[in-house]
Design a binder for this molecule. Structure first.
Ligand SMILES: Cc1ncc(C[n+]2csc(CCOP(=O)(O)OP(=O)(O)O)c2C)c(N)n1
Ligand SMILES: [Mg+2]
Length: 280
């Protein structure tokens, strides 16, 4: 359990990450806001409380690895890495510029802290499996954390990776599925349903928990001691709200990608300020 003080601090960090997301959207005039904001609490808890990382040593061999399989959520990753100190926050203002280090999808060759390139959905889990196997071969006790989208599960490659990771008993892997119930073109269950997710992943040999993925206390409680079961990879199905934190955009498919006016951004920033002021 997080203490009350720790929880307050973490909630403030999550608001700061969301503010960073808006800062990039203001700079670039557009961005994948919905999926970034649904996953912001997961990334905040991972980077500020759970993962073993050192922003001064992004290549430290013993570090935990993070794979943002749903690469279009990159604003959450950039916002978290900046908040953690992997790079200067002024870089956030270059989002959308030609040749920026903060591309529309993450690039490990440009930005410290990005472990692998993603963006074409359905590849992150395979990459994470390879990382986990490599860590085991090298006798390192580091862990691999992954965030996937629920719509992303439509890519068949994920299910090969799910089987392989379980087959190799890679219990140093923890995956979050950001189940915000929406994808690019509608409700995930309408576009391509893989429900019931918990039963399907269990059938693939994973140890599964279902939590509220916008509740920092629940994320912390469930993600700290892995594996959930020895010899099995761990899976957290995180029920979240797309565009969490912006009341006018929450759970709306039209905010998958957002091209706001300045006035809309002002309203969004006010909403986050109100959340921050209400933290107690
Ligand atoms: C292979 C591939 N196909 C299509 C896309 C286009 N695309 C970008 S985001 C997205 C929807 C993803 O939905 P979900 O994983 O649920 O993400 P979230 O709701 O968190 O934004 C799609 C189809 C892509 N990036 N990669
Ligand atoms: Mg989704």
């Amino acid at each position: 359990m997080l203490t009350h003080e720790e929880e307050i601090k973490l909630k403030k960090s999550a608001v700061a990450v969301r503010k960073n997301v808006l800062r990039m959207i203001r700079a670039g005039r557009a961005g994948h806001v919905g999926g970034a904001l649904s996953a912001a609490d997961i990334l905040t808890a991972l980077y500020f409380k759970i993962m073993r990382v050192d922003p001064q040593k992004p290549d430290w061999p013993k570090r935990d690895r993070f794979v943002l399989s749903a690469g279009h959520k990159c604003l959450a990753l950039y916002g978290t890495l900046a908040q953690k100190g992997f790079f200067e926050k002024s870089l956030l203002d270059t989002y959308g510029e030609l040749c920026t280090k903060l591309g529309g999808h993450p690039d490990m060759h440009k930005l410290p802290g990005v472990e692998t390139n993603t963006g074409a959905l359905g590849h992150g889990l395979s990459i994470a499996g390879g990382m986990a196997l490599g860590l085991r071969i090298d006798n390192l006790d580091a862990k691999v954390y992954v965030v996937m989208g629920d719509g992303e599960l439509a890519e068949g490659s994920n299910w090969e990776a799910a089987a392989a990771i379980s087959h190799h008993k890679l219990d140093n892997v923890l995956v979050f599925i950001d189940r915000n119930a929406l994808q690019i073109s509608g409700r995930t269950v309408d576009v391509m349903s893989y429900e019931p997710l918990d039963k399907r992943w269990e059938a693939f040999g994973w140890s599964v928990r279902v939590i509220d993925g916008n509740d920092l206390q629940q994320i912390f409680k469930n993600a700290t001691d892995i594996p959930f079961e020895k010899g099995k990879p761990s899976m957290i199905i995180a029920d979240t709200v797309k565009s969490k934190g912006l009341p006018f955009a929450e759970d709306k498919v039209s905010f998958h990608y957002w091209k706001p006016t300045d006035e809309e951004l002002d309203v969004a920033e006010t909403a986050l300020r109100q959340i921050e002021e209400g933290i107690e």
